[in-house]
Design a protein around this ligand. Sequence first.
Ligand SMILES: [Zn+2]
Length: 243
Amino acid sequence: MSPIPPSIHHKPVLRLHLDDITHSATQITNASLDGGLYLARAIEHVISHLYKPYGLSEIPKVRSVTVVLRSMGGVAYTTGLPLDDLHKEIHLSLDYVQAVQSRSSSDIRHEIAGVITHEMVHCFQHNGHGTAPGGLIEGVADFVRLKSGLAPPHWKKTADSRGQKWDEGYQKTAWFLEWLEDKKGAGTVSRLNATLKAEKYNEEKFWKDLVGASVQTLWNQYKETWEMEDTSSDCSTTLKGQE
Ligand SMILES: [Zn+2]
């Protein structure tokens, strides 16, 4: 397998930085990422679910993605270098990996793949030139994670876990986007992303042009489907700390 997906014309340099070799989670994280080769697969997930069929010709020309494994609070975050935003850094918390690993039922490889895929979306997604709501940005990232088969076990759809608003972000908005694709057609989210490249985010115009209805109307329609689907009422926790 080629380490870089063939569909991406501009190939970023992919790097893995082990900040602390002696940290107890460094080796398992490195192994879970196949020594960094997983980064190329994460980019494939982004291309498949965010750039097909719309927007393939407008993938940002990211120059490099460096994953930094280090001790820190939270789960992970992505940043661009101040001098050149096309050099991306994904910071992943070794302390978080350690904590997940200590929960015996967790599949650490699956979880790390999911977190990295979420962060890789941030390296490549469009954001309406900085105007898109944060909840939509995070929802798109978790949508790609969800469609890549990397949803963590704690993502459970219950009456309480689906959210009060469409833009609460993370898996709540991801589930809404998943429903939207079912209703409006596969590739709707790639069209949404392509639109965020073309124009600034004007909520009313954006959703009307995209799917012919206001986002609140869509959210209300989505909510009406919950009653039919809900079969359990167990609590689920929302994981805090991934940005
Ligand atoms: Zn995020």
